[in-house]
Write a protein that binds this ligand. Structure first.
Ligand code: MSP
Length: 503
């Protein structure tokens, strides 16, 4: 079983914000989970450098575009690291390996007869890096996403014969009803294709920043014709001397709705033209909105994700992202929500459960865990199956909700069984052992189930319970905990936080 997941590669015209962190963090949860189930995984993220808007920002700052890109690549590379996203490669489209491969790939499309020269005249939104038709604009002629007027561009370009792929794309969609998820995004993409496809320009004449076309060095590749190819190019040079294409292609692509057409329509057609299999699947998620506004560089309400991580830690930020809005849908979240979830859910529900459990084993059983005699309160095999099935269909929020029901279920079990009462009478010894075992066992199963979401916390829980650190998914079951000695009262998992004073 192999699982290759990609995030979009982000534009480097400014620094990362929480919207980018969102896709990367959730992608990491999906990949880590598949790895726990035994899949051989590859997780790719990176940056998209050859955009007109990147070139313009560099000019504004008086820098050569490459120099600008090298500087801003630093915080972008830091983003997955700070999120504790376990990526296998970080791609930059200015990598020599990528540039070489893009030329090869576009040459294949050219050789296949799918490229021709024509004059294009139209409205271009630099924010979207896309041409716009009149009916895609607001009544006063602005780009609805960026609220700026598009620019008139007229140049002789090279075009990709997208129109020739309409039938093949429709056939692909019909054969594979799960090709694009969720369903309403599949329908959106399919009806866009069914509505008729226009060829699109794959080159730019007036821009020196980009990858020169192999058959016409006077033009550079249009940023999307360059960027999409990263999903394949990375596999050719991520591991020196190895070609990973055989092993990992086709990929699962994670992206938000803003770039649906490029991924669900243009990209599969480009792949077919260049002789590749189309992607394995695409999941198109919604926007994470803060206080009902889209987080966007252009709208100026950016929240610095790295700052949230500095205060709450990466696990808390990941947890908040997965739970605050239903993954797939648009949703509005408040930053205060992080604090509430940190205190009520992570510190109280989970952290206290571990503290109480370990303290009771230490106090009543001198740290020794024995199986004893008590029915387990929850069915962890059922939970394992439910969570796996949800994550297979990208229901990240539902999966975490289900695990959290388990956390709450164990808390109710503590209250219902009142081990402190059982401990008063030696006649209850076997039952007390059994209840304590069920708590440790339940926490073991939950820690393994949570490991994809809370990669820092899960090993701490297992260590506090003196259980092996193995995260194999089979361990999400009843009875996996080993009888051990030496369990001591655990330190708080999520200590109280001093908030920085508001500016
Ligand atoms: N460079 C292109 C993608 C090329 S992929 C071959 C691009 N870059 S971007 O920097 O604009 O990133 C867009 C992506 O960032 C979205 O598709 C989504 O994954 C993520 N998000 C940006 N803002 C977001 C939210 N507010 N909410 C959720 N995801 C967000 O487009």
């Amino acid at each position: 079983m192999r699982y290759y997941l990609t995030t979009p590669i982000y534009y480097v015209n400014s620094s990362p914000h929480i919207g980018h962190a969102y896709t990367t963090a959730i992608g990491d949860m999906l990949v880590r989970h598949q790895r726990q189930r035994g899949a051989e995984t590859f997780f790719l993220t990176g940056v998209d450098e050859h955009a007109t808007k990147v070139w313009r920002v560099a000019e504004e700052q008086g820098l050569e575009p490459q120099e600008y890109a090298d500087r801003i690549a630093v915080p972008w590379r830091e983003l997955p690291r700070r999120l504790n996203a376990d990526i296998d490669f970080f791609i930059r489209t200015s990598d020599e390996g990528h540039k070489r491969f893009v030329r090869e790939f576009l040459q294949q499309i050219y050789d296949n007869g799918d490229v021709y020269q024509d004059v294009y005249a139209g409205l271009y939104c630099v924010g979207c890096e896309a041409f716009k038709t009149e009916d895609e604009l607001t009544p006063d002629g602005l780009c609805p996403d960026h609220l700026v007027p598009p620019e008139w561009i007229e140049e002789k370009n090279w075009f990709f014969r997208l129109s020739a792929y309409q039938d093949r794309l429709l056939a692909l969609y019909d054969e594979r009803p799960e090709f694009v998820r969720p369903d309403f995004r599949y329908n959106e993409a399919r009806s866009f294709i069914a509505g008729g496809l226009r060829d699109f320009s794959i080159s730019r004449a007036g821009q020196p920043w980009g990858i020169p076309l192999p058959w016409d060095e006077s033009q550079v590749a249009y940023v999307w014709a360059d960027a999409l190819v990263n999903y394949v190019s990375a596999l050719t040079y991520a591991r020196p001397g190895e070609d990973l294409r055989e092993r990992y292609w086709p990929a699962v692509h994670l992206l938000a709705k803003d770039i649906l057409r490029f991924h669900c329509v243009y990209w599969p057609a480009m792949l077919l033209s260049a002789g590749y299999e189309p992607p394995r699947q695409l999941f198109v998620h919604g926007y994470l909105l803060l206080d009902d506004r889209k987080i966007s560089k252009s709208l100026g309400n950016v929240v610095e994700p790295l700052e949230l991580i500095d205060v709450y830690g990466s696990d808390a930020v990941r947890y908040w992202m997965a739970r605050a809005i239903s993954f797939g849908q648009d949703g509005s979240a408040s930053i205060d929500g992080i604090r509430e979830r940190y205190e009520n859910e992570l510190a109280n529900d989970l952290g206290n459960l571990l503290s109480r459990t370990t303290a009771m084993v230490a106090q009543y059983r001198s740290g020794s865990l024995r199986r004893g005699d008590a029915e387990p309160p929850l069915d962890f095999e059922a939970l394992a199956a439910d969570v796996a099935e949800r994550l297979d269909r990208f229901d990240v929020t539902g999966a975490l909700d289900a695990i959290w029901d388990g956390v709450r279920g164990l808390n109710q079990y503590v209250t219902a069984e009142a081990p402190w009462q059982l401990a008063k009478d030696e006649a209850n010894a076997a039952r007390l052992d059994g209840v304590l075992y069920n708590l440790v066992d339940g926490l073991t199963a939950l820690a393994v189930a949570l490991a994809a979401f809370l990669p820092e916390t899960a090993p701490l829980i297992l260590a506090a319970l003196n259980q092996p650190g193995d995260l194999a998914w089979e361990r999400v079951r009843n009875g996996a905990a080993e009888e051990v000695d030496g369990i001591a009262a655990a330190k708080p998992l999520f200590p109280r936080i001093e908030l920085p004073t508001p500016a």
